[in-house]
Design a protein around this ligand. Structure first.
Ligand code: WT7
Length: 697
């Protein structure tokens, strides 16, 4: 079934009931210092002022050449922003700050082992290190503008250094999250056509120095099988002058960056001026079907958008100490650890490890030591810190003025703990809703202008105009308590340009469903389909309900059912696989895997172990299922489709509904007993994404 068909038939007309939360207002102290306090900002960014309103964000940047066309729609729906403009991202994030801020910390790096010293990298030092590495990339690796480079690295300062060096040369980076397997990395190398891989020997996680370089060896094999040869692997060292990995260095292929850099000491490379619409990076993300999609982000539009939203929504001032605890390997880290904050000459904190190492007080200790005043994390982390150390924050003398939650819907109780305990009742919270594809925020309250409401993302940010459509494309009214598909009426500069090498998939996934006229060059005919369900209250605030497609959001990481199921099917004994989301107290959702076996094989722990192992090596440890159930058969429709909705109801002890029309209704009770045990278990009210999961497929 094609992605288009799945979207076409997705169910979104769901009536939902929830308690409206009270408004909570930002403090006078916060408002007094905020970057944006003008309620008129919404008029300035109204649809009447579109697209010219975004000049305000582009003017926060330094251009080599000013643009002549703010938005070019001639190749709809591939939008081009600030056309005619020429710019360099590295210059904007580094060089231009030197005259006033060269001695200020750009990056404050906190290694996981607590006895290792923090590293403060000033803008001058960042400038030197980026230039030297850019010179190496240019001369040794022969990288030029437009080339793709895959970066598979953990949270170390060398990661943003590598990204900025690519940007300096106009090369397109593709950062693969360090926790992804070598195989996943190899597939992304092949899709992007990278001939250089930048990696690292090892890193700390949860008290252990993990092996990382060995993943590069697998990655290169996988890329080679897919026809992509990598000629150079550049390996950074966790400890300067050492190599902590056990994987051998392959002669004439693998190079220690530390050795190579000796030839580039003091070298400078002029930033390459590129057109505003040149791609800056690719970021792969999961979809409903098929392989991960390389979201292609632009240079000028993207940087303008993340800079503008970092200033107004994140309220970053140059004197702030800003800490976003995401990983740079995800879009949050790209936009709101690296590019947005650095474009504003802020100090951005980077932490190597897990928040609970060596104990649950670690984040608050870091906040106290560095005097962090802006904090940014995800609900899954907030839930974990709340569970393990609810009273921990008050033991530390830090004070946040601003906090962000991002990545999944947050429960009002969890929000309240974040507000009261972590924020000490002083900090404003923004619940920012957006996606890998969108480059930057779509919905959020403006922190000094609108009150907060626990569990609601708020209205569209300035210049972003969301709308909820029902299945037939009718607008669902605010305050109707009806859920539907949340879409965006207009393009915005941070939006991705296309899926790398697959424009058709880009159009069919994001624009086909509600396009009013496929031949149109008018942006009004091309609403952007986000794939999320939402409801809008009377006051215009949106509450996001989760994905309407077969994507499972595990701890804020998107996993496609297809990827998980294909990985399970690589186990020789497995005949069929179906994965469903299981509600999890900490991670939000977690995969529950059902498999049936080929004839002649017996169920057993061995097979369960093999399925887990396959998922870990093909995707990565974060995709590990909670359970693997080996079932005698899958519940199926008469036409042979697996009923994932029924399995999701069983996993989540929800009402299974009517199954009498299935081809094999008796199997449902058998599986239910296997999962829930003998006897009848009281069913729970599940949330919307669980109730309707897999209905379309
Ligand atoms: C999906 C995008 C945005 C960067 C991190 C995740 C969900 C994201 C929120 C939020 C409720 C949220 C959506 C979205 N999501 N932020 N504040 N409230 N849900 O990026 O991996 O591309 O995932 O995450 O379902 O579609 P991503």
């Amino acid at each position: 079934m094609s992605e288009e068909e799945i979207i076409q038939s997705s169910e979104a007309q769901i009536a939902v009931h929830w308690k409206e939360e009270e408004y909570i207002y930002p403090s006078a102290q916060f408002i007094a210092q905020a970057n944006m306090t003008e309620p008129h900002v919404y008029e300035r960014f109204s649809l009447e002022c579109f697209p010219e309103c975004f000049k305000e964000y582009a003017d926060m940047l330094t251009w080599y050449q000013y643009w002549h066309t703010t938005l070019d729609t001639s190749d709809a729906p591939c939008w081009k922003w600030f056309v005619g403009g020429r710019i360099n991202v590295c210059f904007n994030c580094v060089d231009r700050h030197l005259p006033r801020n060269k001695n200020k910390a750009a990056i404050l790096y906190v290694p996981e082992p607590e006895d290792e010293p923090h590293v403060a990298l000033t803008y001058q030092e960042l400038y030197v290190r980026v230039n030297e590495f850019a010179a190496l990339l240019k001369e040794f690796a022969e990288i030029k503008a437009g080339d793709r480079i895959t970066i598979h690295m953990p949270m170390v300062p060398e990661l943003p250094i590598t990204m900025l060096a690519c940007a300096r040369l106009g090369a397109i980076h593709s950062v693969v999250f360090g926790g992804f397997s070598g195989k996943a990395c190899g597939e992304r190398i092949a899709d992007s056509g990278s001939r250089v891989l930048v990696t690292m020997d090892g890193y700390y996680r949860n008290g252990k120095l993990l092996e990382h370089k060995e993943k590069a060896d697998t990655a290169l094999e996988v890329a080679q099988e897919k026809g992509q040869a990598v000629d150079k692997v550049l390996v950074w060292s966790r400890y300067r002058g050492k190599y902590v990995s056990k994987a051998p260095m392959v002669k004439d292929r693998d190079y220690l960056v530390g050795d190579l850099l000796k030839d580039y000491v003091g070298k400078r490379v002029d930033p390459v001026s590129v057109p505003a619409e040149a791609p800056l990076f690719l970021m792969y993300t999961s979809g409903t079907t098929g392989s991960p999609k390389g979201c292609q982000h632009s240079t000028g539009g993207y940087l303008a958008y993340v800079t503008g939203t970092s200033k107004y929504v994140q309220d970053i001032h140059p004197e702030d100490v800003y800490w976003c605890m995401a990983d740079i390997g995800w879009i949050t880290g790209h936009s709101y650890i690296v590019y947005g904050p650095l474009a504003l000459a802020a100090t951005s904190v980077m932490y190597e490890g897990v928040p609970t190492y060596p104990d649950v007080g670690r984040p608050w200790r870091i906040a106290e030591q560095l005097d962090v005043n802006i904090f940014h994390t995800a609900p899954t982390t907030i839930r974990m810190l709340r569970k393990a150390g609810p009273d921990e924050p008050q033991k530390y003398n830090y004070h946040f003025k601003h906090m962000t939650t991002v990545g999944e819907p947050i429960e009002p109780e969890v929000w309240q703990w974040y507000y009261q305990a972590v924020g000490k009742g002083e900090a404003v919270i923004v619940d920012t809703w957006w996606q890998t594809e969108t480059g930057g925020f779509l919905c959020s309250t403006m922190p000094a202008i609108e009150p907060m409401k626990a569990g609601s993302a708020g209205p569209g940010v300035p210049g972003v105009h969301p709308v909820i459509y029902d299945e037939d494309g009718n607008e669902v009214e605010a305050g109707s308590a009806k859920a539907g598909n949340i879409c965006i009426r207009n393009p915005w500069p941070g939006a991705f340009q296309t899926i790398w090498g697959d424009r058709e998939r880009y159009v069919s996934t994001y624009y086909a469903k509600y396009c009013k006229n496929k031949g149109s060059k008018d942006w009004r005919d091309w609403p952007y389909f986000t794939g999320d369900g939402a409801v809008q209250s009377q006051d215009g605030y949106f509450r996001i309900l989760g994905r309407v497609d077969d994507v499972i959001n595990v701890a804020g990481h998107r996993l496609g059912t297809k990827e998980l199921e294909s990985a399970s099917l690589t186990v020789q004994e497995v005949a069929e696989a179906a994965v469903v989301p299981l509600a999890d107290e900490l991670k939000g959702r977690i995969p529950d895997m059902y498999v049936s076996l080929k004839p002649g094989y017996e169920a057993g722990q061995e097979i369960e172990g093999k399925v887990v192992k396959a998922i870990e090596t093909i995707i990565g440890k974060m995709a590990r299922p909670k359970h693997v159930y080996v079932v005698p058969d899958m519940p199926k429709t008469r036409s042979g489709k697996i009923m994932r909705r029924v399995l999701a109801a069983i996993s989540n002890t929800m009402d299974i509904g009517d199954v009498t029309t299935l081809a094999n209704p008796e199997i449902v009770e058998e599986i239910r007993k296997m999962v829930q045990g003998e006897g009848v278990v009281a069913t729970k009210e599940g949330s919307e994404d669980l109730k309707h999961f897999g209905e379309e497929g």
